[in-house]
Design a protein around this ligand. Structure first.
Ligand code: C3B
Length: 842
């Protein structure tokens, strides 16, 4: 049955179109209506949770109306769409973002105040949507904001995890993981119980031959799990465009099989089937930059990819275009190798279900997909054992072997003299057991491959993917330097600075959409009133963080001290251990001073935050050392305000919004060549903080943009890392004397049982110091001294900060998304003012 309303009845629909609130009075009316009818409460029992719920629902109504219009507009225009496939979307909170993006925060503020609430308190009620680990997931969230703000027809596809990244508690200095059940009340999603896809696993493959001799493969039997769509509206900033993030949830496919079991009294096992099905989307794997090869993870990947492709293909088929036009209508971006099975799945759909020839199908596949690499760390590059793929996805393994066969034949034709190349580039690694190399499959199945910062893109071209550059030519490998959304990371997180900037750079609606307009503030760098206001904003942000530190840790820190921040996932390559060793060195130096000398030093607050993967023993040891140093230093009466060490529990997006605007200096100190880009480095500078960093990732481009006089760079270069590692392992490995001193104090038990930190010490002293902590330590300490000296000259410091912010326009994710659109996707925005005939019937 056709679901559309016939023409004669449409008038009644148009007359009664939903509109959502306009202005403060209607906003209040909607909030009260939701409290009284949707929530069944009243003014006599409306707490902040209820006010949050009703406010969100009022805003959701607004969003959903624009979202429907946007989808209709896109369908009608039949323009090419982008599909961003990501296993992680680290969205954070939605309410504040919705208020600001649709430009109604002031309305909400005064309306809520009349109803008896403060908008800030209501915003705090929301649980973060934390469906990601770190940089990769937050990048996907920034991209969604830019795609909507720039009016691109774009969808995100992901998994609706019941449990996002765990909540971190610190108990006696140790990390404890607590499950993050976030779906109690989530007004931002729409369950689509009518949009479902049944996904097959296991089973076997049979081949049939028709009269013409054509062989067709049939994947049969096995187990079926149902994917149900949950849609999350993504509002663009200062545009009505509202895109869709579709998250799949798994549930049992109610087949006859279940009923049989149920009727025959096998109730328990039918419930068991249901629980097994639900397990697929139950939990986000909490590893950042680490692949553990678990079967359930592969199931998650195929489940999500197959449901998404089914949806994309279904939408394409409605247009009744020939298959060869698929890449003109569809661009699919693979966020890391996690969705690489989509390449195989599309090839399967085209040859097994749609009857295309292999070559025609493969051309379509290659033109449709592109792949972003986010890391060169070997432990993060995905490989799946051939046996596991064979068991779970027997038809896909056959197709992977065929893809590989044709690829290797091509390589052999073009490079007949290089026999070794074949085994180096084979998608199947001939190891024990054999493994499927997902990055190679992603490269072979895509038309473009990109890295996420210039150094990183150079490194992938010259190291891990070198042979593929030889095979496919250099044009296939491009760089798209990461970016961040200035809406969340300036306007929302730092309203004080945003409005100060607006006083020079023009309306937020303009400069937040063309961030290069920030350069206008450089004209005011010497304006005393502007500088004073700038300093006041920073101080207020530091006070806000100091209050937060007091309320969560009980520790009092002075907002006048230098705030030194390192917040990110805990990882040896990110080198929080080097930071805490540096803090210990500072502590020892303070201890050796006379009280008079000590009074003269610039006080510093060292702030850490970040989660360790639950199975990452060394990362947990680092957290423990930071907390142990904190409890000694913070309680040492000799030290007082001169040094405080703070570990902030459960670092996440909403905490980042408080921490980042308050930093004076932040640390981005990875071993050169290991951090693909980093994105928090961009956030800190955009918020008027300076950075201390290595020549790694996007730090290099930040330096190019803001000038080397405005950044504190130190340490060895990427090109020297291999030699240093070799020397550390085979040559004479002399530990830096200052670091040796620090180690001796740790081993003397100053910070608790020395045994607890033995791993961190011996990694440097005895096990080759893979991350070059000792090699960079001297340079690090010197540069920290330079930071102290520079901060003492507040006038020069403020000049550096203003100049840097003025030059950060390049790092907007809008610039980055425009590059993807032009160089990789070949898609155009769809302006919302073009009516495209919507409303006139079909
Ligand atoms: C991260 C990288 O570690 C960061 O350098 C980079 O800025 C972001 O991706 C975004 O590109 N990354 C991650 O968070 N998880 C991975 N598995 C791999 C890379």
């Amino acid at each position: 049955v056709e679901a559309s309303i016939p023409e004669p009845q449409r008038e009644a629909w148009l007359k009664n179109q939903a509109s959502g609130f306009k202005g403060k009075d209607q906003f209040e009316k909607e909030v009260v209506r939701h409290v009284e009818t949707t929530l069944a409460r009243s003014m006599f029992n409306c707490d902040e949770t209820a006010a949050y719920a009703a406010t969100s629902l009022a805003f959701r109504d607004r969003l959903v109306i624009e979202w429907n219009r946007t989808q209709q507009r896109q369908t009608f225009a039949d323009s090419k769409r982008v599909y961003y496939l990501s296993l992680e979307f680290l969205m954070g909170r939605a309410l504040d973002n919705a208020m600001l993006n649709i430009g109604e925060k002031e309305v909400a503020k005064s309306g809520l105040s009349e109803l008896g609430f403060r908008v800030e308190d209501i915003i705090q009620q929301e649980h973060d949507a934390a469906l990601g680990n770190g940089g990769l997931g937050r990048l996907a969230a920034c991209f969604l904001d830019s795609l909507a703000s720039l009016n691109f027809p774009a969808w995100g596809y992901g998994l609706r995890y019941r449990y996002g990244i765990f909540k971190q508690e610190i108990i006696d200095g140790y990390q404890v993981e607590v499950p993050d059940y976030w779906l109690d009340f989530n007004p931002w999603e729409f369950p689509r119980h009518d949009v479902t896809v049944d996904i097959q696993f296991y089973g076997n493959v049979n081949k049939t031959t028709d009269d013409s001799g054509k062989v067709t493969a049939h994947w049969e039997g096995g187990e079926t799990v149902r994917a149900v769509a949950y849609d999350v509206p993504i509002p663009g900033y200062a545009t009505p465009s509202t895109n869709n993030l579709r998250l799949w949830s798994s549930q049992a496919a109610s087949g006859e099989f279940d009923f049989q079991k149920f009727n025959s009294g096998d109730y328990e096992s039918s419930v068991g089937d249901q629980q097994r099905a639900e397990t697929i989307s139950a939990v986000l794997y909490p590893n950042d930059n680490l692949d553990r090869g678990k079967e359930l993870r592969l199931k998650q990947q195929y489940f999500w990819v197959a449901a998404s492709l089914y949806d994309i293909v279904r939408r394409f088929k409605k247009s009744k275009r020939p298959w060869r036009e698929f890449p003109d209508q569809v661009a699919i971006q693979l966020n890391d190798t996690h969705p690489t099975l989509a390449i195989v799945e599309l090839q399967r759909i085209l040859i097994d279900l749609e009857g295309l020839d292999w070559d025609d199908a493969w051309n379509i596949v290659q033109q449709t997909f592109s792949y972003t690499n986010h890391t060169v760390l070997p432990e993060a590059l995905e490989k799946w054992s051939v046996g596991l793929v064979q068991h779970l996805l027997p038809r896909h393994l056959q197709i992977i072997y065929d893809i590989n066969l044709f690829f290797l034949q091509m390589v052999e034709r073009n490079f007949p003299k290089d026999r070794e190349m074949l085994s180096r580039v084979s998608i199947i690694e001939e190891s024990q057991p054999k493994m499927v190399r997902m990055a190679y499959l992603a490269i072979v199945g895509s038309h473009k491959v990109n890295g996420v910062a210039e150094l990183h893109s150079d490194l992938i071209r010259t190291t891990i993917f070198k042979d593929f550059v030889t095979i496919f030519g250099p044009d296939k490998f491009v760089n798209v330097t990461n970016g961040i959304t200035p809406r969340r990371w300036l306007h929302q997180a730092n309203p004080g600075l945003s409005s100060l900037i607006a006083s020079k750079a023009g309306d937020p609606e303009h400069y937040l959409k063309d961030l290069t307009l920030l350069n206008k503030i450089e004209l005011s760098v010497n304006d005393p009133a502007f500088r004073k206001a700038w300093a006041e904003v920073k101080l207020a942000n530091k006070q806000r963080l100091a209050d937060y530190i007091k309320s969560t840790t009980g520790i009092v820190v002075s907002p006048k001290a230098l705030f030194d921040v390192q917040v990110k996932r805990i990882h040896e390559y990110k080198r929080q251990q080097m930071n805490i060793f540096g803090v210990i060195f500072r502590y020892l130096k303070l201890k050796s001073m006379s009280p008079e000398e000590r009074k003269k030093v610039l006080p510093r607050v060292s702030i850490f935050g970040g989660k360790a993967a639950p199975g990452y023993w060394m990362a947990k040891q680092i957290i423990h050392l930071i907390n142990s140093v904190g409890s000694v230093v913070n309680n040492d009466p000799d030290i007082g305000d001169a040094l405080k060490v703070i570990f902030l529990e459960d670092y996440n997006v909403s905490k980042a919004e408080i921490i980042i605007p308050a930093s004076d200096i932040s640390e981005h100190i990875s071993t050169a060549g290991t951090e693909a880009s980093g994105t928090s480095n961009m956030k800190f500078v955009l918020n008027g903080g300076l950075i201390i960093g290595t020549c790694d990732g996007a730090n290099i481009e930040i330096t190019r943009e803001i000038g080397e006089e405005n950044i504190f760079l130190f340490g060895n270069l990427a090109e020297d890392v291999d030699d240093l590692r070799h020397k550390n392992t085979y040559g004479d490995h002399k530990i830096d004397p200052s670091l040796d001193k620090v180690f001796n104090v740790i081993q003397s038990g100053t910070f608790g049982n020395a045994q607890d930190f033995q791993g961190m010490v011996s990694a440097v002293r005895e096990h080759g110091d893979f991350y070059l902590v000792s090699d960079d330590f001297h340079s690090y300490l010197e540069t920290q001294e330079l930071v102290d000296k520079s901060y003492a000259d507040q006038e020069l410091w403020i000049t550096k900060c203003i100049t840097s912010v003025a030059r950060m326009g390049f790092f907007s994710s809008d610039r980055c998304i425009n590059e993807y659109a032009e160089e990789i996707w070949n898609v155009e925005p769809l302006q919302p003012d073009t009516n495209n005939g919507v409303g006139k019937g079909e």
